[in-house]
Structures are given as C-alpha cells and as structure tokens.
Design a protein around this ligand. Sequence first.
Ligand code: DGL
Length: 242
Amino acid sequence: MSRSSAPIGVFDSGLGGLSVLRALRARMPDESFVYLGDSVFCPYGDKDDATIDERVHLLVADLFERDCKAAVIACNTACAVAIGSLRKRHAAPIIGLEPAVKPAARRSKSRKVAVLATPRTARGETLHQLIETHGAGVTVESIAAPGLVDLIESGSVDGREIRSLLSTLLEGPLARGCDVVVLGCTHYPFLAGAIAEIVGPSVAIVSSGNAVAIQTERVLRREGLRATSSSAGDCRYLTSGE
Ligand code: DGL
C-alpha cells in the first residue's frame, strides 16, 4: 500500500475533535481517517501539563502504530502542551490548531473579541502569544469555561444547564461590546446553536475547523501524501473509554 492511501489520524481528548473531523471529511472526502478520543482522561483542560503530555504522546503514538500517514491534533489544549514535543518525536506530519484569534481580530468592528476556552488554554502561553501577535488594537478577553466539556461529553449540547452556564460566561464580554466569540476548544462548535441564540445575530462565532482542514490538505500535498484515489475514504472511530 502506498503511503498516500494510508489514513489520517485525528486525535482529541474526547468528542470535540469530531467537529474538526467533519471539516476534514468535507474538504477531503477521498481521504480515510482514524479518529481517536481519549475519553477516559477527558477533560484535559483542568489537568496538569505532565498528565496531558503523557496521554497525548501515548495516544498519538498509537495512531502512528495504526499506520496513519499524518496526525491532526484536534485539541487546543493538547496542542498548547505537546505539539512541539510531538513534532520532535515523530517524522510524519503533525498538524495542530490554535484558537482563531487572528481572523476574529480582523473581523471585529467593535475591536472587542472574546475567546471561550478550557482553563488550560485560557491561561496558557499559546493564547497569550496569539493575542500579542494578532490582537493589536483589539481587546481580547479569554474566558475559562470549566465544566462545559464535561456537559458536552455527557451528550448535553442544548440543555438548560449548558445555556445557563454559557449565559453566565458570555454576559460580561457581551456587556463590554464584544462582537466576535472565538470557540477556543474543539468541543464548543457543538454548542454553536445555543451560543448563537445567546449572543444574537450581531455577534460572529468563529472556530478553527475549516482552517485546519485547509492546512492539512496543504501539508499532505507538500509531502506527496494526498490520497490519489477518487473513491470515498472511510473512517474508523476509536476511544480509550467505552
Ligand atoms: N477539545 C479540546 C480542546 O480543544 C479539549 C477539551 C478538554 O479535554 O478539556 O481544547
């Protein structure tokens, strides 16, 4: 089997990376994928860096043992902690993601942006660097959202509890005039409907899925790894949990 027909591994702490997988499959329907969620250790966002690093390395190594030609780390938290060390360890292409601060800052008319993220991403150096690099003249508020990922993992994306949590988190930034909300965690696109209802039509919601899909395709082409078959690719779903 040629390398280009091998699958692309997609990794997240749990279900969140499925929002990225959706964008990847829409852009590259001819590619095959292996999705791996670390449901046993989810959520990562409130764990310490050593624990996250160990889990990410273990599970991404598992994807490469399953013959993946590349890996997409579809988790902002995992990327903030481990993307550099993963790239040092594996020769195959590893595509990461980060909160979409740059497009959000460009898009904001009020020059006020809110980034909704896990506690680890919200307090991390990656986000601070992004804000410093792309947020000139824009006030970027990072909002740590403990508890959201657990609710999504339990299957709740639209219930009363999640709406009340979102309203509380977004109340301050909205009152301060923020007109773009960045979904800084790959789980959050599943809340896009509930968030849109809370923030109203004048506030834009941006996520990273499409940008990651474009970047993944670009990297695969550059490395000569893009699938050549015109038939539809398949997708396997794996979890460290049940
Ligand atoms: N979906 C992940 C992210 O983008 C991780 C969420 C978590 O496990 O806390 O950060």
